[in-house]
Design a protein around this ligand. Structure first.
Ligand SMILES: Nc1ncnc2c1ncn2[C@@H]1O[C@H](COP(=O)(O)OP(=O)(O)OP(=O)(O)O)[C@@H](O)[C@H]1O
Ligand SMILES: [Mg+2]
Length: 275
């Protein structure tokens, strides 16, 4: 698959802030890929996300998004249409308190003919497993439902690339699971997905994991390569997944398991094989 996103040596400083929030960040993302971007607080994740949605202008470096040059001001609107972004707090993303009206906002904004909009809303609600919620009030929904409606709001504009910036951090475990299932399903249906998080466990199901640190790409590879490498995680300031920590703890106490498990299921299998 071709690279749908290509960032080369991006440098970005916010006005009034001497620090470089991106400091030579380079990364390519293939079309249809599910990429998890992990980094500690302030590492530059959201600054990168805002570049991918053309909310911030490229100051230095090169960037193509959805095969469009992000430095060309004529592409800004097209990039916003092809790239949907969902943020941490669903309440801040609603423009109407009625679900159907909220979902109509994006397509209307992009000039989609009025007769096409109900169909788009129906498909978007079905994609997040919330069919029939058109007339519901957004403030009566649970956190997980709100976040899924926020995702539907983005889907109604039919973007190719979806960027999720810490979308589960305000949710309870059930809401978090529903939202992550929705993200995984959208990827299976062909969307390019970038899942930004500092919950390392959320990256396990990604095709590839990229680690960002101080505005630079520290490393990228399979979840297994990235998430079982203690040194790398320590340098990124991230805590390894529980099974990985347990593997190394057991090893330091003399119990050698055949490989480092990434999930609780793998850990269980390994432990069962011991007797
Ligand atoms: N609007 C702003 N004005 C000035 N500095 C900013 C602004 N937004 C972010 N920064 C700075 O840029 C750096 C990167 O911030 P960014 O929000 O991209 O990090 P992040 O990885 O998304 O962090 P978090 O995990 O807390 O969301 C930080 O040092 C931050 O203080
Ligand atoms: Mg952020």
């Amino acid at each position: 698959m071709p690279d749908v996103i290509r960032a080369e040596k991006l440098v970005y400083s916010y006005s009034g802030n001497d620090r470089r929030s991106l400091n030579g960040f380079s990364l390519s993302v293939r079309q249809g890929e599910f990429l998890a971007l992990l980094g500690h607080n302030g590492s530059g994740k959201s600054t990168l996300a805002r570049h991918l949605n053309a909310l911030l202008e490229v100051q230095q470096g090169e960037l193509t998004v959805a095969f469009l040059n992000a430095k060309d001001p004529g592409n800004v609107w097209k990039i916003r249409e092809r790239t949907g972004m969902v943020f941490q707090n669903p309440d801040n993303q609603f423009v109407s308190s009625v679900v159907g009206e909220d979902l109509a906002f994006g397509p209307r904004n992009f000039g989609v003919p009025e007769e096409e909009i109900p169909g788009r809303i129906r498909r978007a609600l079905a994609a997040v497993d919330m069919s029939g919620y058109e007339t519901h009030s957004t403030h009566l929904l649970s956190g997980g439902q709100k976040q899924r409606i926020a995702i539907a709001g983005v889907l109604a504009s039919e973007p190719d690339i979806l960027i999720f910036d810490e979308v589960t951090s305000m949710l309870d475990p059930e809401g978090r699971r529903d939202v992550l299932d929705t993200v995984a399903r959208l990827h299976e249906e062909g969307k390019t997905v970038i899942l930004i998080s500092h919950y390392i466990e959320e990256a396990v199901g990604a095709d590839r994991v990229a680690l960002i640190h101080d505005g630079q790409l520290l490393a990228a590879g399979t979840p297994r390569e990235m998430l079982t490498d203690l040194d790398l995680l320590r340098r990124t300031g991230l805590t390894p997944p529980v099974p990985v920590r347990l593997y190394y703890d057991l090893r330091s106490r003399g119990l050698q398991l055949p490989f480092c498990p990434l999930t609780c299921e793998e850990l269980e299998d390994l432990l069962c094989r011991l007797n």
